[in-house]
Ligand binder design. Structure first.
Ligand SMILES: [Zn+2]
Length: 430
């Protein structure tokens, strides 16, 4: 992949307002774009698990709201877990609103593997800003804020209300974040028509957009068997059954892997991933155990017949032998996809705005899980989109970084997207 240099425009917008102006190395803080400085400041707020400093994040967001002259509502969804909502009321607040969602937390780091302090927001001579959250997803938070700031400074106002929601705990499953928030009366009050949430970087010129997510199924299969002495040919053992179970799951895994590798159009979002993640059983070398358990992590595309797939699992267990049972630790059944049809007004506004900026979009199913799923489960359209092209996917990885040009370009993308989304239709869309 091509490295992006500071001062180099990343090639999709007319470069008259681009950060390339002036050119040269931009690692001098005094000449830095104020939006980059703000981004670097937010990266230093340690919202890292297991003990994220959410108070510091809230203080930062309160200051942002003050600067933008927008109200900030705080909803404590669980003890110590606050969702902050910044609201830019539209001229027709009765219309369905647009939500710009981002999570405030980040995943832990292995500091010894980092080139720079992961919470130092160090920018190198290439303009690459290093830090946990540069891609996932503090970049997007600041891009939303800066786009709104610029639109407000330009004196703009739109028919639809725009809410910027900042949620905790996405990185630990969202149970004390978005999952609880969507059931809260304050969520209902937002009167949401459409939401934008996080996506992933794309190493090519294209931008990836996500319109659905895979369903995680965590399953443990228990195989009981006849116990006995390790010196005999014991019949009907747990081990024989567990071997058959493993074979069934892993043969299916190979088939899916092959399907992914032989179809050029397929991405990870189009196939079911299977991984055997735990194996338990046995007490001693000479004792044939009475039970063995095996666990799998499956991620299933929303397009798969989920009931049918569970029947398949049931059949594998039956074939494996007598008494083999399964239990789910996690089983998502969400098959909601956000429309990406031209006829859908939200998608149309999103897609045509991107097209007008010469952006190439790649539509995909998200390979893992984000907070969008909680909104889609309610039937709300949500698009996962982090405007990072020409950028390697480094979320949760060591040395996560984002180039400042890509970051600044993203603000301009939202400067166009927000007006488009907040202006569509003159009648409430439901
Ligand atoms: Zn994220």
């Amino acid at each position: 992949m091509r490295a992006v240099r500071a001062g180099q425009w990343v090639g999709m917008l007319p470069d008259k307002d681009g950060p390339g102006e002036g050119g040269g190395v931009q690692d001098k803080t005094w000449s830095e774009d104020p939006s980059v400085t703000l981004f670097r400041e937010y990266l230093k707020v340690k919202t890292v698990h297991p003990q994220p400093d959410y108070d510091a994040a809230l203080r930062f967001l309160e200051r942002m709201a003050e600067e933008l002259s927008l109200p900030l509502k705080k909803v404590e969804v669980c003890p110590g877990r606050v969702v902050a909502i910044m609201t830019w009321v539209g001229t027709r607040p009765e219309l369905k609103s647009v939500v710009l969602n981002s999570h405030t937390d980040v995943v832990p780091v292995y500091e010894e593997h980092w080139k720079y302090d992961p919470f130092g927001a160090i920018k190198d001579a290439e303009g690459n800003i290093y830090g946990r959250g540069t891609q996932d997803m503090k970049c997007v938070t600041i891009q939303y804020i800066e786009a709104v700031r610029r639109l407000k400074v330009a004196g703009k106002r739109f028919p639809r209300t725009v809410h910027l929601t900042f949620v905790p705990d996405e990185e630990v499953g969202g149970q004390q974040g978005m999952e609880t928030f969507v059931k809260h009366p304050e969520f209902q009050k937002l009167n949401i028509g459409f939401a934008l949430d996080e996506g992933l970087a794309n190493p090519t010129d294209a931008f990836t957009v996500f319109y659905g997510e895979k369903n995680p199924w965590w399953i443990t299969v228990s195989c009981p068997g006849s116990p006995g002495h390790g010196s005999r040919f014991v019949e009907n053992t747990a081990a024989e059954k567990v071997r058959r179970v493993i074979n069934s799951f892993l043969e299916f895994r190979e088939k899916e892997k092959k399907r992914l590798n032989t179809n050029e159009c397929f991405t990870l979002g189009d196939v079911t991933t299977v991984n055997m993640t735990m194996l338990k059983g046995g007490v001693a070398y000479n004792v044939v155990p009475a039970e063995m358990d095996v666990s799998f992590d499956l991620r299933i595309p929303p397009t798969v017949d989920l009931q049918g797939f569970e029947e398949q699992i049931k059949a594998w267990c039956k074939e494996a032998g007598e008494g083999v049972t399964y239990k789910f630790a996690q089983k998502h059944m969400d098959q909601n996809l956000t429309s990406t049809e031209e006829s859908d007004p939200w998608w149309n506004a999103f897609g045509s705005t991107c097209k007008a900026m010469n952006m190439t979009l790649k539509k995909e199913i998200f390979p893992a899980a984000t907070d969008s799923r909680f909104m889609r489960e309610l039937g709300l359209p949500a698009i996962g989109f982090s405007p990072m092209n020409r950028t390697p996917i480094l979320l949760h990885d060591h040395n996560e970084y984002l180039n400042e040009c890509v970051f600044l370009q993203g603000i301009q993308v939202y400067e166009r997207l927000v007006p488009a989304l907040a202006s569509i239709g003159t009648i409430p869309l439901d």
